[in-house]
Design a protein around this ligand. Structure first.
Ligand SMILES: CC(C)(COP(=O)(O)OP(=O)(O)OC[C@H]1O[C@@H](n2cnc3c(N)ncnc32)[C@H](O)[C@@H]1OP(=O)(O)O)[C@@H](O)C(=O)NCCC(=O)NCCS
Length: 428
């Protein structure tokens, strides 16, 4: 088989797990106006959103139109004013907002209609007066006029549209109970809508300034640290806004707005391409079951080939599976360790491995702690292990170098002189 065919099959296998996982899930996607300036980008995006829809995801799109509004105001030589992060929407410029947002929205609807011919099912974009707005008001003597903020959301109506197989579209315009039109900050709106409908995911396209130096994954405490340490006010505002959603929405994905394909990569590949803010536990430690044998073999085989771990056959693994503890991420085994009670109160730690893409995140340390805890629960008070490559790591984790004679006698007779493994022991 050609390499390209193998790659294709592997990609398909990897993504099928995610297709299953995401089916029926609700996903709010924030599309900044920048993303909708280039027709090609818009076209690709509509096809990708159409694909997500066909794969059973419920999608809410929240579109911005800032660069388009700026261009329209500049064209008419109308200056505008910003205060804090908000643009003051005067009565004079409000019609330009309505007009421009209307144009962007119709362009979006048009590309979705075009994308429909690539899809098995028609893509219906639907929008409505779901968001009730109220004026920001007068702050520090500045009247924000028709710049509004979200007052409440008719989430039942949005969920109803999603259940009917439609893609919900929200624009920066929302209406007050007094019948006035307001211009809203769309990122804020996307976050609030995601909270209100209890979305499973919030997908945010962001600019390089907002994304700068963000790692691939962030827990909520880590996000708080970045907010404290960042010296860029725009990034701070952006992240503070996202931090507010994390109590309801478990996963917020941030992607580069220059790369609309990031939407699919983020959802259907193991590591994604953006930054994931998670409030649920992203990996979990658990005992292994017989179904995990294949995954463990995938993880340890390369290390066996390199001679780092002793070779284990599938049959042996199946027999010994109860000794194993795993680290799992998105149903993918990325770490393992085994504990074998040997004699008296001694146990052997073996087969500790973390997939190389995930090393350095203290998963090895977590696994070791879990093994030690299990050993104590089993009444063991001494752990030993044999290693050819990793003795320093174990010494840093409280093990001491010992001679072969310190091993339990049954293990001494099995000691493989050719491997010349180091013997390490830890008293628990
Ligand atoms: C050893 C191993 C399990 C550690 O997993 P991990 O999740 O990366 O561990 P942690 O994040 O808790 O620790 C990472 C630290 O250990 C260090 N480290 C990794 N392998 C090491 C080794 N062989 N010797 C010394 N230090 C090592 C890393 O450099 C890193 O140090 P730093 O924090 O100063 O940068 C992992 O490197 C691995 O799977 N190695 C191959 C398999 C193996 O050797 N298993 C042991 C045989 S029983």
């Amino acid at each position: 088989m050609k390499q390209s065919e193998l790659d294709f099959i592997n990609t398909l296998r990897q993504s099928s797990r995610y297709i299953e996982q995401h089916r029926g899930k609700t996903c709010v996607v924030y599309l900044p106006g920048e993303l909708m300036q280039a027709p090609d980008t818009l076209k690709q995006l509509s096809q990708d959103v159409g694909l997500l829809h066909n794969l059973g995801l419920k999608i809410v799109l929240v579109m911005g139109a800032t660069p388009q509004i700026n261009a329209a105001l500049e064209k008419q030589n109308i200056p505008w004013q910003h205060q804090q992060q908000f643009r003051i929407t005067t009565l004079e410029i409000l019609p330009i907002f309505q007009q421009t947002i209307g144009i962007v929205r119709s362009q979006l609807e048009a590309v979705f209609s075009q994308a429909t011919c690539m899809q098995a099912n028609p893509l219906t974009l639907i929008s409505g007066n779901w968001v009730i707005a109220q004026p920001i008001g007068v702050i520090n003597g500045i009247d924000f006029q028709y710049t509004g903020k979200l007052r409440k959301i008719n989430h039942t109506a949005i969920s109803g549209s999603l259940d009917a197989g439609q893609i919900a579209l929200l624009t920066p315009l929302a209406y007050s109970l007094t019948g006035e039109v307001f211009n809203l900050n769309t990122l804020e709106q996307a976050c609030e809508v995601a909270n209100a409908i209890q979305a499973d995911k919030l997908m945010i396209f962001a600019n390089p300034q907002q994304l700068q130096d963000l790692p691939k994954q962030l827990s909520i405490p880590e996000l708080d640290h970045i907010i404290q340490d960042s010296s860029d006010p725009e990034q701070v505002r952006f992240l503070q806004q996202l931090a507010k959603t994390n109590h309801t929405v478990k996963r917020v994905h941030i992607m580069e707005q220059e790369n609309p394909g990031a939407l699919l990569l983020e959802l259907f590949s193991l590591d994604g391409v953006g930054t994931l803010i998670f409030s649920d536990r992203y990996h979990q430690l658990r005992p292994a079951t017989i179904e995990d044998v294949g995954g463990i073999l995938d993880l340890i085989s390369p290390l066996e080939e390199q001679g780092v771990l002793v070779k284990r056959s599938r049959e042996r693994l199946e027999l010994e599976i109860e000794n194993f503890i795993l680290v799992e991420r998105d149903q993918h085994i990325i770490g393992c360790a085994a504990l074998y009670p040997i004699a008296g109160q001694t146990g052997e730690l073996a087969c500790l491995a973390v997939h190389e893409s995930y090393q350095g995140q203290e998963l090895g340390t977590e696994l070791l702690k879990a093994v030690e805890k299990k050993a104590l629960t089993l009444g063991l008070n001494r752990l030993f292990l044999l290693t050819t490559h990793t003795h320093h790591w174990f010494i840093e984790h409280g093990f001491g170098l010992e001679s072969v004679s310190a091993l339990p006698s049954e293990k001494q007779s099995l000691y493989n002189l050719q491997r010349l493994s180091k013997v390490l022991i830890k008293v628990l």
